[in-house]
Design a protein around this ligand. Structure first.
Ligand code: FA5
Length: 336
């Protein structure tokens, strides 16, 4: 049976791999197993006569072995070269050390740090919280009871036992207000999850929540802070506010930034709108204050939720959100 033969081959591969001691062994090994006429390719070719299901199953096993081998061979080669280098030079303590390539911060981490700096200057405190949430924090306490159609606005990944992956960072508003007494000013950056995927939507993405509660906070304060953040982040750029709806804010707005790709003319990145939506915001709804026992006659507040990837796309001129999570070294190194 071919599956048994492949199993045997896998054992043979790893046994042989242990025997590699120098670059000659390594090259022989590579030709024997990974070469065009090597054993793995030979088995891959045999699969053509099998059923689609078997082809898929066995092909994936063979490709996995191939990938693992390629990675391990690279490491082995490096290990052998380093050993040989040591042999050539002997031990010379006056030689400079080896330079190891340094990594760099991921562009999304960079943007989060930049945004935190901006809001820290404005007196906001940074907090973090769980990505696995309960319906209560993610929806109910935010004035979205279970019958509310707004639950469908954010396609949710449910887990067993009623838990879910948070669909936004807004549950942090509730956590912050329950843990503190007003006045308060917090931001909460973090990962969120939605069943959503295209060039502007990713199933896992980052948001930064902002919440300010005080005795006389109003809508102009909110707009002022958002315009300040946009100027600090992008320099001179056109922004616009649109009226919107969120069950946890009233009134609500969304903020768009002029699309940097097409300068507002319309392109595939902005879906021909000329604008990219980067955040939702509004004045905290009295029902939300009631759910955390804040006196609605004494306290007012605003909240906002920024889409971090959208901000990174605009800032770095990136036309497909998926590239942030594909781990291409050339892309990541360009942020050094
Ligand atoms: C919310 O998530 C609200 N919680 C925001 C909010 C907070 C409103 C506080 C009022 C008060 P929305 O679903 O529009 O809203 O998402 C906010 C931002 O996240 C969007 O403007 C967009 O920039 C970004 N975003 C939404 N879905 C995705 C996605 N799938 N991939 C990448 N970014 C996304």
């Amino acid at each position: 049976m071919i599956s048994e033969e492949i199993e045997k081959l896998e054992k043979e591969v790893w046994k042989d791999f242990q025997k590699i001691e120098n670059l000659y062994h390594l090259e022989d090994f590579r030709i024997k197993y990974l070469g065009k006429k090597g054993k793995i390719n030979w088995y891959l070719k045999q699969l053509k006569d099998f059923s689609l299901e078997e082809k898929k199953k066995l092909g994936s096993i063979l490709n996995q072995i191939k990938e693992e081998l390629e990675t391990k061979l690279k490491l082995k080669e490096r290990e052998i070269l380093l050993k040989e280098e040591d042999k050539d030079i002997g031990l010379d303590l006056t030689l400079p050390g080896r330079i190891f390539p340094l990594g760099t911060l991921h562009p999304i981490t960079k943007i989060i740090e930049e945004l935190c700096e901006i809001f820290l200057k404005l007196g906001f405190e940074i907090i973090t919280g769980p990505e696995i949430e309960t319906e209560y924090y993610n929806f109910t306490a935010l004035n979205i009871p279970d019958w509310h159609p707004a639950r469908d606005m954010q396609a949710t990944f449910y887990l067993k036992n009623g838990a879910l992956l948070r669909t936004h960072t807004s549950p942090m508003q509730i956590r912050a207000m329950l843990e503190r007494t007003p006045p308060l000013r917090i931001i909460a950056p973090g990962k969120v999850y939605r069943c959503d995927a295209d060039i502007r939507h990713s199933p896992m993405f980052h948001q930064l929540e902002g919440l300010m509660v005080d005795k006389d906070v109003n809508f102009s304060d909110l707009k002022g802070i958002l315009i300040y953040f946009a100027k600090e982040t992008f320099g001179e750029i056109k922004v616009r506010f649109r009226p919107s709806y969120f069950p946890f804010t009233e009134p609500s707005l969304e903020m768009d930034i002029e699309c940097v790709m097409c300068k507002g003319r319309g392109c595939k990145v902005c879906g021909n709108a000329g604008w990219l939506e980067i955040l939702g915001a509004g004045m905290v709804h009295p029902e939300v204050f009631k759910s955390v026992n804040y006196d609605i006659n004494m306290w007012q507040g605003f909240a906002f939720g920024l889409g971090i990837e959208r901000i990174a796309m605009i800032k770095y001129g990136i036309d497909d959100i998926r590239i942030f999570f594909e781990n291409h070294l050339i892309f990541l190194e360009s942020f050094k």
